[in-house]
Design a protein around this ligand. Structure first.
Ligand SMILES: [Zn+2]
Length: 337
């Protein structure tokens, strides 16, 4: 398990340089995602406001119900009073809301003195006020509900537009990456939860200094690669598993600068100069499980099938230095797009 020694004149592997329009696309994709996120947040806030106004609405409707009950009650005395006065203008009968001798007398006095008219008018006025109140509440409730429905619909339409735009930008970005030879494999991406757009972000960092959050994990625990290399490796691993009934054995993948230095000083002349290894770009693996033995069944299978997934055994590794275990990802060799 040594690292790659870069021969003079050897192309600096498959590190596709980020052209200006790709950087622009990436920025636009990030902007779109941000806008979508902001709009979604605004919608959530709007929904919270709507929930609060729905609560107000419920209170109004409750008030409306109470007002209607009052209305029914206030109407009763008027009707009952009229009825009673009609049947027994000065009688001894039971008056439900005025009992006792004194009240009957009062009632007679009222009827006699014309005060009855005032009481009646007061009751009618009260009824009319309550009626106006219920009308007002009903109108307010209706307006509130209509406003909420409209706001919700407008917000959803806006989010929909932003989502469509974001999808479109991501599609353009993906197409640009594919054009550069960066492989986008939906199956591999799903299996790893790995975002291929991270490739362009990882490319901003020097060899051996890529933050691990911009790299993608392999199914082989503890090993990381650049997103596109990882995604392709997952597919290769799947084909290998079908053939040999087990996963590819990995001893080393991405190597940080510190790790490269450690290997370099332990085995001077063998490992690549720190900062120049493809392991530091997350584009190389050292393999075991038989592959490390030149012309083993596993080595031969990988040599024949690896390039379909962009994974190759570089020419130098056949002889100088002889490293049968060392394999590299070359997106341009990747034929499964
Ligand atoms: Zn290596």
């Amino acid at each position: 398990m040594t690292s790659l020694f870069l021969l003079p004149g050897q192309p600096a592997a498959a590190q596709a340089k980020d052209p200006a329009n790709l950087t622009e696309l990436r920025k636009e994709a990030e902007r779109s995602a941000k806008e979508l996120e902001d709009a979604t947040k605004a919608l959530e806030q709007r929904r919270a406001t709507i929930a609060a106004t729905e609560k107000q609405l419920k209170e109004k409707l409750d008030a409306l119900q109470a007002a209607e009950r009052n209305l029914a009650v206030s109407r009763r005395p008027v009707a009952e009073m009229a009825q009673l006065l009609y049947e027994e203008p000065f009688g001894q009968g039971v008056v439900p809301f005025m009992t006792g001798e004194a009240n009957i007398k009062t009632l007679r006095a009222m009827a006699d003195s014309g005060q009855m008219v005032a009481v009646r008018q007061q009751a009618v006025q009260q009824t009319s006020q309550l009626y106006q109140q219920t009308e007002k509440l009903a109108a307010e409730a209706q307006e509130l509900r209509a406003g909420n429905l409209l706001a919700e619909a407008q917000m959803s339409a806006e989010i929909d537009t932003l989502r469509k735009r974001s999808d479109k930008v991501v599609k353009s970005l993906t197409a640009a990456l594919v054009k550069l030879g960066i492989k986008i494999d939906k199956v591999g991406r799903g299996a790893l939860g790995c975002n291929p757009l991270q490739v362009t972000l990882a490319n901003d960092y020097p060899n051996g200094l890529i933050p691990s959050k911009l790299l993608c994990p392999l199914q082989q625990r503890g090993h990381l690669l650049r997103a596109d290399a990882a995604i392709a490796f997952v597919s290769l691993n799947e084909a290998y598993r079908k053939q040999f009934g087990k996963q590819i054995c990995v001893t080393d993948a991405y190597r940080s600068l510190a790790e490269q230095q450690s290997v370099y000083y332990r085995r001077p002349g063998f490992a690549a100069v720190p900062g120049r290894s493809n392991h530091g770009l997350g584009l190389a693996v050292d393999l075991c499980g038989g592959v490390q033995n030149f012309r083993s069944v596993q080595f031969n299978w990988l040599e024949k099938n690896g390039k379909r997934y962009g994974w190759i055994h570089p020419d130098w590794a056949y002889s100088s230095p002889f490293e049968p275990w060392h394999w590299e990802y070359d997106p341009k060799a990747d034929s499964i797009l």
